[in-house]
Design a protein around this ligand. Structure first.
Ligand code: TYD
Ligand code: MG
Length: 451
């Protein structure tokens, strides 16, 4: 008898008896792949539990282990929760394996056993990288294996404190016939690891690749199955990497860590503001400094703008790197309307230096200032940091955390801060010595003040 097959959307897991060009679940195109119909994964044999009265539930803080990497602990919300499943997503080559090997190095140094299962690289390759990272003595076990049942059997024997699986897309369960990386496999394997982790209290890190579109390859369901989802991002051509939480059942998702990829692995950038400002041309037109926010941390960054006449008549170019394109277009429209400039026949380029991505509205005023500065070829007064959201009527709107932003500017040696008038009260309350604070109500007022 011909085995029954079913078509499964590789994005969202929807099943269909026949191939569909477009998934009716998630709207993805060409996401259906034919897989053999498999028996559903066995239900988890977790210990049974009885209903408990709300008032009787004890509030005990979850036990946490330090990973040995302070920044990783912060992003995890204070350390690793025993038995938790942590997914680390990122593009190929961004440094996921490096990060986890470094973690394994630091964690095993503290008398912990770590089992690092690699389905991607041979032991020699991992060893080479480990030598570069200075992995020394310590109970760090390596295993090149893609068969899920087999590596879980090893894990059961070794009983590591932490299990690392690099990557979830390369491992497979012998019980299923579909190939590694297919949705049934990823789901089944994750289920097995989940069950193993919960029953043994052994936390596991899973590496997940990210597709070109920026979503985790494989099923969206993977994100629902794990306790914590971290992403590791950065531009390949820049050395900084940002690790942050997208989901955390045991803590906040606001924290992030910024690393630099060096010749000997990832090192923490102790002062991100200094890192992102280090090559700033202080007296050139078209450059401004914004006090922005990344996670729960204020960060200074340089915004660069270049306004130049369009060479070929026709459509002038609007390019943004690191800023939202639509927001930038809106800013240009507000500048035209409220300040009387015209960008017809002008190309406008906007860039956040250092490959940083800023997606909060507090950057508006600094971006507008950089554009106006480039247009008029007048530099922004030196030692000035800027933040504030711009509304469609040209009004400057308050943003969150003004005090922390202004403090960061002061700490980096800036002498003046231009900010929304509505935020000034919050900042003055705890005055920051040595900072000249200028609150502005409109984009016109801000530009008149600067230029
Ligand atoms: P890797 O951890 O293999 O990425 P991923 O697992 O996310 O695919 O990192 C790959 C890149 O990092 C590779 O281009 C080399 C670079 N790298 C360094 O620059 N320094 C180092 O010490 C190491 C180990 C890697
Ligand atoms: Mg890797």
């Amino acid at each position: 008898m011909k085995p029954k097959t079913v078509f499964i959307c590789q994005e969202c897991g929807r099943q269909s008896p026949k191939w569909l060009g477009r998934c009716s679940g998630c709207g993805g195109w060409s996401t259906f792949i034919e897989e053999k119909e498999e028996a559903p994964a066995a239900a988890l044999d977790l210990p049974e539990s009885d209903p408990v009265l709300f008032g009787d539930v004890r509030h005990t803080a979850k036990e946490r282990w330090s990973s040995g990497m302070e920044e990783l602990d912060t992003v995890l919300g204070g350390g690793i929760v025993p038995g938790s499943l942590i997914l680390i997503g990122g593009e190929p080559g961004i440094g996921k394996s490096t990060l986890l090997l470094q973690f394994s190095r630091d964690f095993s140094r503290r008398d912990n056993r770590v089992l690092y299962v690699s389905g991607e690289e041979s032991l020699e390759q991992i060893k080479l990288r480990g030598d570069r990272l200075g992995v020394g003595a310590g109970a760090l076990y390596l295993l090149a294996e893609t068969n899920c049942e087999r590596f879980l059997a090893h894990a059961d024997k070794i009983r590591p404190q932490v299990l690392v699986i690099d990557s979830i897309q390369t491992v497979f369960s012998a019980g299923l016939s579909s190939g590694p990386g297919s949705i049934s496999q990823v789901r089944d394997v994750t289920n097995q690891i989940f069950r193993f982790s919960k029953t043994r209290g052994i936390p596991a890190f899973l590496v997940g690749h990210i597709t070109k579109e920026g979503s985790l390859a494989g099923p969206k369901t993977l994100e629902h199955m794990v306790d914590v989802v971290l992403t590791f991002e950065g531009e390949r051509d820049h050395s900084h990497r940002v690790l942050r939480a997208l989901k955390n059942r045991f803590g906040p998702v606001s924290e992030l860590a910024i690393f630099e990829m060096t010749g000997s692995g990832l090192s923490v950038i102790p002062n991100p503001s200094a890192f992102f400002l280090k090559e700033r041309p202080e007296t050139e037109a078209g450059s401004s400094v914004v006090c922005t926010f990344k996670g729960s941390r204020p960060l200074l960054a340089e915004i660069q703008a270049l306004v130049s006449s369009t060479l070929f008549s026709g459509n002038p170019r609007r390019m943004t790197i690191g800023l939202d394109h639509f927001r930038a277009s809106m800013l240009l429209a507000v500048i035209e309307k409220k300040l009387g400039f015209s960008f017809a026949g002008q190309d406008v380029y906007l860039n956040v230096a250092g490959g940083l991505q800023i997606d909060e509205p507090g950057v508006d005023l600094a971006a507008a200032a950089a554009v106006v500065s480039s247009l008029g070829n007048k530099p922004i007064p030196v030692q000035t940091a800027i933040f504030g959201e711009i509304g469609l009527s040209g009004e400057i709107r308050s943003v969150n955390q003004p005090l922390l932003r202004a403090r960061e500017a002061a700490a980096m040696g800036f002498q003046s801060v231009i900010c929304p008038a509505g935020n000034v009260g919050q900042i003055r309350k705890e005055s920051i010595p040595g900072i000249d604070l200028k609150g502005v109500k409109s984009i016109k007022e801000a530009m008149d003040y600067m230029f």
